[in-house]
Design a protein around this ligand. Structure first.
Ligand code: DQA
Length: 145
């Protein structure tokens, strides 16, 4: 099993960025959690972070025919990017959406998720643990498929 984990803009600033919302753990800790989870589960993982919408679209397109599924936190692009939604639909790979904070309890402009419209499941408000849950969910889903 071969998955891609994508993190969108400003997630490289974890630990520094609004710690009350996103916690004190930094991006390296997130990468380690994802790598450790995948190693334990026997999953090959590629982890990608970008602050650029087009780079995320390119990465999703490159997953076509190469990866079995995607875990994605599109960050602010969640609420704006039809391009990321279309890319997820184009490759038609099972994708799980994850948000560190509970976006359902935040501003009105965060209440729409374009990427989420192409995802099989969303985890939010669980902190970094949400990534572990998202990976386990995707593994279960792929094993059932
Ligand atoms: C986020 C929530 C988004 O609304 C925000 O723009 C982010 C992070 C989260 O993980 O909670 O950058 O995706």
């Amino acid at each position: 099993m071969n998955i891609l984990v994508i993190n969108g803009p400003n997630l490289n600033m974890l630990g520094i960025r609004e710690p009350d919302l996103y916690g004190k753990a930094d991006y390296a800790a997130l990468v380690k959690l994802v790598e450790d989870t995948c190693a334990r589960e026997g999953i090959d993982v590629e982890i990608f972070q970008s602050n650029h919408e087009g780079a995320i679209v390119d990465k999703i397109q490159a997953a076509y025919g190469k990866k079995d599924g995607i875990v994605i936190n599109p960050a602010a692009y969640t609420h704006t990017s039809v391009a990321i939604l279309d890319a997820l639909k184009a490759v038609s790979l099972p994708a799980v959406e994850i948000h560190i904070s509970d976006v359902s309890q935040r501003e009105d402009f965060r209440q729409v998720s374009y990427a989420g419209m192409a995802c099989i499941k969303t985890f939010m408000g669980l902190g970094l643990e949400g990534y572990r849950q998202a990976i386990l969910y995707l593994k279960e889903y792929l094993n059932r498929a």
